[in-house]
Design a protein around this ligand. Structure first.
Ligand code: UD1
Ligand code: UDP
Length: 353
């Protein structure tokens, strides 16, 4: 059978890597890159380091407002799907590429299969929440990473086609730890193991207004240790726009985004992580690094319940307090599966025939 996989943003390339490999063992995959992310460090580098095949199509939609970006994707995806007639369309996570993939496929009566189904923040001001809800309700197969995500779907009346498979990001993280430990990025950046905080910030709620972004940067400046901050292009752009790039505290080192293995190396070497990223919260948990989440809620509540994630928002004082004092002690549960989610997904896809 032929599966069309739709990817477009950094975390989707990472999630797709193990799944694509498993699909291609027994079936054909058509890999469609929407072009949502296009900088080398946001896109191509992941194909190189994770051995992802070249996309069969790059729709090159680029950046834009939600409507423009999603609309362009829909139009271009529809053309490809009509021409290629895949047996099913696989979408990942909760970006505009996910929404467009799900919508274009469903309108063409193609089965939609959603990796990372059932996640909810219950905050409809997040674009991702809208994307997830729509994708889930259009899906024939829903691959859930956690028990919580299965429960969330049940509460919305979705039980058919739901499979608890574990988290594909756990698969990738486990498979990549050894390579990450070989990387010399700490040395290159002059960082002492467990002597710094690793930060990532890119959500609209954190960076699209000056106040939260300034508050976060101030907190990093006051936390009392080096902070290494691979900055997302959205964040870089906002810092320039708000004039914050000229006032970066001296202990905060802003660097370009790094590839996946370098990022894991930085994460494993850090004393704490400060982030608003979904993926990074989980990776911190996988590798036992305390995480301070710069949001008001999280989809990954297992990390909080197990005591490894402090969700503190964007207030300077709260962030500084958590960076200095948050000390997890809890044991980690097996909430994210067994590292074989991709195999389960590939096997379940075959049931679509
Ligand atoms: C998107 C996803 C978000 C995900 C994130 C992963 C949506 C609505 N959001 O957010 O869920 O967590 O990807 O990183 O789909 N830009 C560049 N170069 C690039 C890509 C983006 O300069 O290669 C800049 C552009 O100015 C663009 C901005 O970043 O306007 C935002 O990019 P966009 O893809 O719209 O959203 P993200 O913030 O990346
Ligand atoms: N990541 C990376 N390089 C970076 C920052 C993040 O490889 O400079 C990886 C990180 O390991 C994680 C993923 O990107 O797997 C998270 O992506 P992002 O934070 O952009 O999106 P989210 O998970 O919030 O949707």
């Amino acid at each position: 059978m032929r599966i069309a996989s739709v990817v477009g943003a950094r975390p989707q390339f990472i999630k797709a890597a193990p799944v694509s490999r498993e699909i291609r063992r027994h079936n054909e995959e058509l890999l469609i890159h929407t072009g949502q992310h296009y900088d080398d460090l946001m896109s191509d580098v992941f194909f190189r380091v994770l051995d992802l095949p070249e996309p069969d199509y790059n729709l090159e939609v680029g950046s834009g407002t939600h409507a423009r970006q999603t609309g362009e994707m829909l139009m271009r995806l529809e053309e490809v799907l009509v021409d290629e007639k895949p047996d099913a369309v696989l979408v990942y996570g909760d970006t505009n590429s996910t929404l467009s993939g799900a919508l274009a496929a469903a309108k063409l009566h193609l089965p939609v299969c959603h990796v990372e189904a059932g996640l909810r923040s219950f905050n409809r001001r997040m674009p991702e929440e809208l994307n997830r809800v729509v994708a889930d309700h259009l899906s024939t197969l829903l691959f859930c990473p956690t028990e919580t995500s299965v429960e969330n779907l049940k509460k919305e009346g979705i039980e058919k086609g739901v499979h608890l498979v574990g988290d594909v990001m756990y698969d990738v993280a486990l498979a990549s730890a050894q390579e990450a430990r070989k990387r010399d990025i700490l040395h290159r950046l002059g960082l002492a193991p467990k002597g710094y905080v690793l930060a990532t910030v890119h959500r609209p709620a954190s960076v699209d207004d000056r106040a939260p972004l300034a508050s976060i940067l101030r907190a990093f400046g006051e936390c009392g240790e080096p902070v290494v901050f691979p900055a997302h292009p959205r964040t870089r752009g906002r810092m320039r726009e708000f004039g914050l790039d000229a006032h970066v505290p001296s202990n905060v080192r802003i660097i370009d985004p790094v590839d996946y293995f370098d990022f894991l190396a930085l994460l494993i070497g850090s004393r704490k992580v400060a982030t608003d990223s979904g993926g990074v919260q989980k990776e911190a948990y996988f590798f036992g690094v305390p995480c301070v989440t710069l949001r008001d809620e999280t989809e990954w509540i297992e990390t909080v319940e197990d005591g490894w994630n402090a969700v503190v928002g964007t207030d300077t004082g709260d962030i500084v307090h958590a960076l200095r004092n948050f000390n997890p002690r809890g044991t980690k549960s097996k909430s994210f599966g067994d590292g074989h989610a991709a195999e389960k997904i590939a096997a379940l896809l075959e049931t679509i025939r």
